[in-house]
Design a protein around this ligand. Sequence first.
Ligand SMILES: [Zn+2]
Length: 230
Amino acid sequence: MADRIPELQDITFMSNSDTHSPWPHRLGREFNRIKVKELTFLEIEKAIEHKNNRGFTLNVGLNPKEGKYHITACSKCYLKFKINDAIRLNFRCPECNGIIKKGVMDRVNELSKWKEPKNPWHRPKYIHIIPLAEVISLATGISTITSKRIKDKWNLLIDKFGTEINILVDTKIDKIKEEDYKIGMIIEKFRMDKINYISGGGGLYGRPTLRSESDRYWGYGQSSLSDFLM
Ligand SMILES: [Zn+2]
């Protein structure tokens, strides 16, 4: 998204997870891979400045569509709005009179000079992952992430493949499919950036979905997915 803003071309994007959640499955869901000669702060600094053949080689993180304020939406009833409608309505929701909060995507649109992102030479690939516990939840239909059945499956996969990052990013997809076909399918999909999302907005988180549902906007009914591809 942000590579449509010329001012950011020289900036290294860092995808770091925050740690304000007590749940371990929230840790490490965003991370960077960097190329350095040794693990020192000086080397990391060079990587951030993409100097002397150091640099970032991979960004991994959640899809921005999962963000609480991705789409312009009502902060009370979470109804989504096209930005022109929100402006016309003076950012007041006609359904509940709540305040409409401008989404990150519309703010990026305002700041953007380019319609399509232009990735500079130093920009690595960005994989939008789904944390393993959530992958298991999607595959099994068990919605409580902290449930024993999800934990058991998580442990089983970690015993087999070593680490969560191995499974989500590095292990050959056929090996995962051999172990669990449905989980392998979901991981393959997000590695190819083909997961469908219901976007967040107005303070409500977005979520990945295996169904063909899509965002609904005030005054529009069902919109086609292609309207939202960036
Ligand atoms: Zn509302």
